[in-house]
Design a protein around this ligand. Structure first.
Ligand SMILES: O=P(O)(O)OC[C@H]1O[C@](O)(COP(=O)(O)O)[C@@H](O)[C@@H]1O
Ligand SMILES: [Mg+2]
Ligand SMILES: [Mg+2]
Length: 342
């Protein structure tokens, strides 16, 4: 299949290089783009390979969750007070094990763990992860995901982990991305040199480049927000929703952040989870949900804010810190900001 990248004009060298890289296996792609990583590329390869490996196992379990008794809750709650689903816990185990075995990670921050977990003290990286995003959709066979942020530790490898290693701002991320377990399974990530998407080929058991250099349209006609909570939204958010309706935009809300974000990145749109009466700080977590998607969004030409600050500039004070989240097409987020969202 030949894709034209510039409306039928003679493809530029860059676009034909990109066109021909479609179908490149993830490992090969990382090797071919070693210059894209500030640190020793072997370490990034290993880290992404560990995340890809765990996601393949989780993907297999997600696909047959109903058959292998992986539906429903385990009876305990995480620190956020969410009922932990069996797949939340299992995905957390799969990623923790794969990253521990890989040896590159010294500390793991997870939605499903109250405190960070020490892995390999010689490791140079800290990872924040939402092992299973969209938990309310697990039992109803709707797309779910995994979200990850990768940081370089600040303290020397082999020394005790310091708070400064853990509580890093989003702008300190060296790589970030997500896995989407949808009609197909995709791994999408950035190392600060654009965003690339890989589709999983289950018979070969490998991810292949399918969406090179993803760009988020600057404008869109889709808005994603849980309007069931509208009565407790700030006035400016209600005003922005009215603006979207007046423009006859399309309302789309899956209820899985990764899936709503991914659609809006491809088609153009805005995802909003504001502060509400129930969650006055917002619902979503800065370290393992918003920072990663904000990095991906900005690298794809989009924008991410809490209404006042750029998400990536927000100081991190605690592991499970929440934030209001407005992310998506640049002009749509700016429009919402111009109405005074906060
Ligand atoms: O049900 P609500 O309040 O609309 O919240 C849905 C949001 O909460 C989340 O499910 C939170 O993530 P987890 O499932 O990882 O806890 C997001 O994926 C989703 O966008
Ligand atoms: Mg989540
Ligand atoms: Mg989760």
């Amino acid at each position: 299949m030949q894709r034209s990248f510039n409306n039928g004009n003679a493809p530029s060298i860059e676009s034909s290089r990109i066109a021909h890289s479609i179908g490149t296996a993830l490992d090969r792609f990382i090797k071919n783009n070693q210059d894209q990583f500030a640190y020793a590329s072997g370490e990034l390869s290993q880290l992404l390979r560990d995340i890809a490996l765990a996601s393949k196992v989780v993907n297999r379990e997600v696909n047959k969750a109903g058959l292998i008794d992986l539906m429903g809750a385990v009876g305990s709650q995480n620190l956020a007070g969410d009922d932990q689903q069996k797949l939340d816990v299992l995905a957390n185990i799969r990623f923790t094990r794969a990253l521990a075995k890989g040896g590159e990670v010294c500390a793991l921050i997870s939605e499903e763990s109250d405190t960070y977990v020490d892995l390999n003290n010689e490791g140079k990286y800290v990872i924040a992860i939402d092992p299973l995003d969209g938990s309310s959709n697990i039992d109803v066979n709707v797309s779910i995901g995994t979200i990850f942020s990768i940081y370089r530790r600040k303290s020397p490898a082999g020394t005790p982990i310091q708070p400064t290693d853990i509580l890093q701002k989003g702008s300190d991320q060296v790589a970030a991305g997500y896995v989407l377990y949808g009609s197909s399974t995709m791994l999408v990530y950035t190392t600060g040199h654009g965003v690339n998407g890989f589709t999983y080929e289950p018979t070969l058991g490998e991810y292949f480049l399918s969406h090179p250099q993803l760009k988020m349209p600057e404008d869109g006609k889709i808005y994603s927000i849980n309007e069931g909570l509208a009565n407790s939204f700030p006035a400016a958010v209600q005003e922005y929703i009215k603006y979207c309706k007046d423009c006859q935009y399309t309302a789309r809300y899956i209820g899985s952040l990764v899936a709503d974000f991914h659609r809006n990145m491809l088609k153009g749109g805005i995802y909003i989870y504001p502060a509400t009466a129930k969650s006055p700080q917002g619902k979503l977590r800065l370290m393992y949900e918003c920072n990663a998607l904000a990095f991906v969004a900005e690298q794809a030409g989009g924008r991410a804010t809490n209404g006042k600050d750029r998400i990536l500039d927000i100081e991190v004070k605690e592991l499970h810190q929440r934030t209001a989240f407005y992310v998506g097409s640049k002009n749509m987020v700016e429009k919402a900001e111009s109405l005074g969202i906060h």
